[in-house]
Ligand binder design. Structure first.
Ligand code: ASP
Length: 613
């Protein structure tokens, strides 16, 4: 080894020992003849001191290094002078007095600081990701990710699961997201698809008698990358035979509670994890992934405003919609500008407006006068009527009442957005709490208004409630499924379901989705066949590893916990992927470019595509 110990491992007890350390020059300081370098490796930082008088040669080498040079130093550990210790540094009690130094490699000035969290553009960070990953925060995130995955593997092993690898080259399937396609050379015109998840394989493993399967699985979905998405991401894929919903949830609850204790010790994790049906979650929070760290719960005020003069409300009620809202404690202090911004946000989410009322003072919402209430609808409601609406939402004087009117899908979206925004603005969510919960009983289907057909809410292998099977034909929108999500702090962490294991039920679900017998066999024949050979009842779930690590790392963006992520346009500025390929490569896989692609190449977007055409 070119070093005898890690820079960050040195402690007071090493004083007097000879050591060899090697790493990157983190910082240098010249101090009245002495030269100090902080040397960094994967274990941390140590201060190295060079004495030009006693160790001239070493000092000479050190005086020629700049930031990020790779340096090997031989020396002796000594306690720092009294008063110069650094309690913030694990190695702050000591320093290495250098007797010898060798430059192992020089370094250009990095395009951004490794030492400080400077505001560097995303593209620069990704182009020089190997430098970005040298930064402490990123190095910490990578290590945390390793710990999470290791914890998962050990935990699953202790519960008698075995890890089975499934193919990356599979069959394209309809439904779900868009596939990444891989053209076949030996089968002209045929394509593999990269797995959106190992869903079908893991179910087939249950038919194969594996019983308890898991995999740290890479999944690929060719979706537009809004927000927190990546074209490839990692799941803990799980499937179990002979289980019911509760068995899967109990396993995942244990996994997360125990994992939090090991890798997320600084967080408080309320347990047992609450369970909530989809219908409850939508009613109370307007979302199937509510952040339950704070209240701001929604209430239905339709009955209370029925018959009011206010046309906006009466029209919505006539059309079968509802008036829903919530109260923001202390929200009377929000300035008019702030309330207008909330109204704009409601409009951006499809509302025609937002009805609000602010109640001044403090105490119960009784005996209100006109001066006690500020509201754009005070012409239509008396102060006491508005007060009663806020009181029904649990409010008092000093609060802000927000109301949205319309079909549930609209009011849910609007109020959920407002709820999250207000919690953010007012710091209502405790950053040190991980509020896990399970959302259950998702509907089987939702109506796709653009395609004018039903689509599966989870996926088409999800089992309906036994008693809802007749609804698959008569009233699909009412059928409940055995699908469930693990949610934390307003994010979906895992999705799963109990699966269909009968060919007839699978065919019935496919019919609801508009896939008739022949097409069903063409696309899912292997699954339908497998179900006829003694498929055991089974179910599973798939927590997102990227999201899980981000949660424990306190990162909002999953790209901060992925070593080499893609940009929002699904490209990699470091390697240049995706890129053109030679005409010969295209020919080999029997692919011809269309006019759009040729134009893009002509415009210089894909430089190397036609090089040996
Ligand atoms: N395969 C599903 C998904 O990727 C998860 C599951 O049902 O286990 O969302």
């Amino acid at each position: 080894m070119l070093k005898t110990i890690g820079c960050g491992e040195l402690r007071a007890e090493h004083a007097g020992q000879p050591v060899t350390v090697a790493g990157w020059v983190h910082r240098r300081r010249d101090h009245g003849g002495l030269l100090f370098l902080d040397l960094r490796d994967s274990t941390g930082l140590v201060q190295v001191v060079f004495h030009p008088e006693s160790e001239a040669a070493a000092a000479q080498v050190a005086s020629g290094v700049r930031a990020e040079y790779v340096l090997q130093v031989r020396g002796t550990v000594q306690p720092r002078l009294a008063g110069t210790e650094n309690a913030d540094m694990p190695t702050g009690a000591i320093e290495v007095v250098a007797s010898d130094a060798v430059i192992l490699n020089a370094a250009e000035t990095p395009p951004f600081s490794i030492v400080e969290e400077t505001n560097t553009s995303e593209v620069m960070r990704l182009k020089y990701r190997y430098l970005d990953l040298r930064r402490e925060r990123m190095a910490r995130n990578l290590r945390l990710r390793h710990q999470v995955v290791k914890f998962i593997r050990d935990f699953m092993d202790s519960r008698a699961f075995i890890e089975v690898e499934t193919p990356s080259l599979g069959l394209a399937t309809p439904e779900g997201a868009r596939d990444y396609l891989v053209p076949s050379r030996v089968h002209p015109g045929a394509f593999y698809a990269l797995p959106q998840s190992p869903q079908q394989y893991k179910q087939l493993l249950m038919v194969a008698g594996v019983d308890r399967y898991f995999q740290i699985a890479r999944c690929y979905r060719d979706e537009d990358l809004r927000g927190d998405r990546q074209p490839e991401f990692t799941q803990l894929d799980v499937e179990m035979a002979f289980v019911e919903e509760e068995d899967v949830l109990a396993l995942i609850e244990d996994l997360y509670a125990q994992m939090a204790a090991v890798v997320g010790a600084k967080f408080s994790v309320p347990s047992p994890f609450p369970r909530m049906t989809f219908a409850e979650a939508m009613e109370k929070y307007g979302s199937d992934k509510p952040d339950t760290r704070y209240g701001l719960e929604l209430h239905d005020l339709t009955e209370q405003v029925r018959g009011s003069e206010f046309q906006v409300f009466s029209r919505v009620i006539e059309e079968g919609g509802r008036i829903r809202g919530f109260v923001v404690p202390g929200g009377a202090d929000i300035a008019r500008r702030g309330v207008d911004a909330l109204t704009d946000l409601a409009r951006e989410n499809g509302a025609s407006g937002l009805v609000w009322a602010q109640f001044t003072g403090s105490g119960a919402l009784e005996g209100l006068s006109a001066d006690d209430v500020r509201s754009p609808v005070s012409r239509f409601f008396t102060p006491d009527q508005l007060g009663a609406l806020a009181a029904a939402c649990g409010g008092t004087r000093g609060d802000l009442l927000l109301l949205a009117a319309g079909p549930d899908a609209l009011t849910s979206r609007v109020l959920d957005t407002l709820r999250r925004k207000l919690a953010d603005d007012r710091g209502l969510a405790d950053p040190n709490t991980l509020a896990f919960l399970f959302v259950t009983q998702f509907p089987m289907f939702e109506w796709d208004a653009t395609e004018k057909r039903w689509s599966a809410v989870h996926h088409l292998f999800t089992a309906p409630f036994e008693e809802d099977v007749p609804l698959l034909e008569s009233d699909p929108g009412k059928a409940r499924s055995h699908a469930y999500d693990l949610v934390c702090n307003g994010q979906e962490i895992a999705s799963g379901s109990i699966r269909i294991h009968s060919r007839e039920t699978q065919l019935a679900v496919l019919r609801t989705l508009g896939i008739q017998f022949e097409e069903a066999y063409e696309k899912f024949g292997h699954m339908l066949d497998a179900f006829t050979f003694g498929a055991p009842p089974h179910g599973g779930i798939a927590p997102g590893i990227d999201r899980t690590v981000a949660l424990f790392a306190g990162e909002r963006d999953i790209r901060e916990v992925i070593a080499f992520p893609k940009t929002k346009s699904a490209s990699d500025p470091m390697t240049g992927a995706p890129a053109g390929v030679s005409a010969r490569q295209l020919q080999e896989v029997h692919v011809a470019l269309d006019a759009v692609a040729r134009d893009a190449i002509a415009a210089g977007a894909r430089v190397d595509a036609e090089e040996d055409a």
